[in-house]
Ligand binder design. Structure first.
Ligand SMILES: Cc1cc2nc3c(=O)[nH]c(=O)nc-3n(C[C@H](O)[C@H](O)[C@H](O)COP(=O)(O)OP(=O)(O)OC[C@H]3O[C@@H](n4cnc5c(N)ncnc54)[C@H](O)[C@@H]3O)c2cc1C
Length: 385
């Protein structure tokens, strides 16, 4: 078996293959975890009631269990369940990735799976979470088991344990071509040739390099910016426990999200989403113009998170790979027998990645997985493929 791309999905898959005693090689063009793809920036929100679709909940629930196992094995803290708030301003509702009625679908999902939660009024939120500057017309969903995951640590932990269990990890090796061969699949890399019975292609924003023209249009890449603002000296407590992770859908259709101040720092990570201008994985500038965080602060953040100063301590670029319905693609490659195409992004994939790695390993070794991957088939896009 070979896994191409060792980011969130690939590292999880390699780990799960290694756990099953399957001989596997993982290849990445960089040295993961790294800053060039979609899996960096210290933290990712995780929540069990998934407003993006109820099919995702089993994946995130398995992910939480797997991260706890990995924490026990590696001694690393990976998952912090400090609570999560989905806030919706009156007239809002698009608080996530092309979604409408995000709050309502989150609540429906929580009810379906029996996920513990509370529905809060603006006054409730103001009383419990003074970090937020509300207008008074907001409604909210609070999930106590939501929180954040550490993407770099998760990748590192899974690769470390996979290596310990016998997986071969090839860093800084770029796969140039994936071809059918007499015995399965041949990978041509910038260092030679790798033959494999089956291949998991989990190359993130570079997926466009490995699909035919008809499918390229299904995967649009958008440059995103994460920024860390400094807390004001007199700010209320913003640490986990006092402050939840949050996603806030605003009445003008914008949304932004953020995290508490972690690891003893006085910095708060906040971001919005940019889905207007598509780019390419190699074209999206790594540099962040200081105007970008400044504009975000002035237009969105300053008023709604009154404890934050305009001083942006750092900012990084990250990449979304977004499909037309903002759901994952996990399916057999249309043109390459033996290759599984894995594109779990659209800006919400990390929380599912450990469970997804398990489901992918089950699928390519046993033909089926405990988690239902059928919602992620390519043929839902009809004639496009
Ligand atoms: C700003 C931002 C915020 C996000 N917030 C959240 C969140 O709060 N919660 C959440 O659940 N999700 C979130 N996500 C989404 C989540 O991070 C992604 O879904 C996930 O990281 C995607 O992982 P991946 O494995 O598909 O891609 P990647 O992690 O980018 O992995 C792809 C790998 O393939 C390698 N590769 C590419 N081409 C080749 C090649 N030719 N040869 C060899 N290797 C190759 C790359 O080097 C890379 O390591 C966010 C994403 C971004 C960008």
């Amino acid at each position: 078996m070979a896994v191409v791309g060792l980011g969130a999905a690939g590292a999880a898959t390699l780990y799960q293959l290694a756990r099953r005693g399957i001989s596997a090689v993982g290849i990445d063009r960089f040295s993961p975890p790294h800053i060039y793809g979609s899996t960096h920036g210290d933290t990712r929100i995780t929540r069990e009631a998934i407003g993006e679709g109820e099919a995702y909940t089993p994946l995130v629930q398995r992910s939480h269990a797997i991260w706890r196992e990995l924490e026990a094995e590696t001694g690393q803290q990976l998952l912090t369940q400090c609570g999560g708030l989905i806030l919706e301003s009156a007239g809002g509702g698009a608080a996530g990735h092309h979604r409408h009625e995000f709050l309502a679908s989150t609540i429906a999902c929580a009810n379906r799976y029996g996920i513990k939660h509370e529905l809060l009024s603006a006054a409730d939120v103001a009383g419990r979470f003074p970090q937020f500057g509300l207008d008074g017309n907001e409604s909210a969903y609070y999930e106590p088991t939501a929180g954040f995951v550490r993407p770099e640590r998760c990748v590192e932990a899974q690769l470390t344990v996979a290596g310990r269990l016998g997986a071969e990890i090839r860093r800084d090796e770029r796969v140039l071509a994936v071809e059918s061969s007499a015995t399965g699949v041949r990978l041509r890399t910038d260092r030679g040739v790798v033959e494999a019975g089956r291949v998991v292609l989990a190359v993130g924003a570079w997926v466009r390099d490995f699909v035919a023209a008809e499918q390229v249009q299904l995967f649009n890449v958008y440059r995103q910016v994460l920024q860390w603002y400094e807390l004001k000296p007199n700010a209320v407590d913003h640490t986990p426990g006092a402050m939840p992770v949050f996603i806030w859908g605003l009445s003008d259709g914008n949304a932004f999200y953020g995290f508490p101040a972690i690891d003893g720092t006085r910095e708060i990570k906040v971001a919005n989403e940019q889905l207007d201008t598509a780019t390419g994985a190699d074209e999206a500038s790594l540099e962040v113009d200081p105007d970008e965080p400044r504009q975000l602060y002035d237009s969105l953040i300053g008023k709604r998170l009154p404890g934050l100063s305009p001083h942006c301590l750092r900012a990084v670029r990250c990449l979304y790979t977004v499909t037309p319905d903002a759901n994952f693609v996990i399916d057999d490659h249309p043109d390459l027998p033996g290759v599984l195409l894995v594109s779990p992004c659209s800006g919400h994939g990390f929380k599912h990645s450990a469970g997804l790695g398990e489901a992918i390993a089950q699928r390519i070794t046993a033909g089926e997985s405990d988690a239902d991957l059928s919602p992620f088939r390519l043929d839902r896009f009809g004639a496009a493929v």
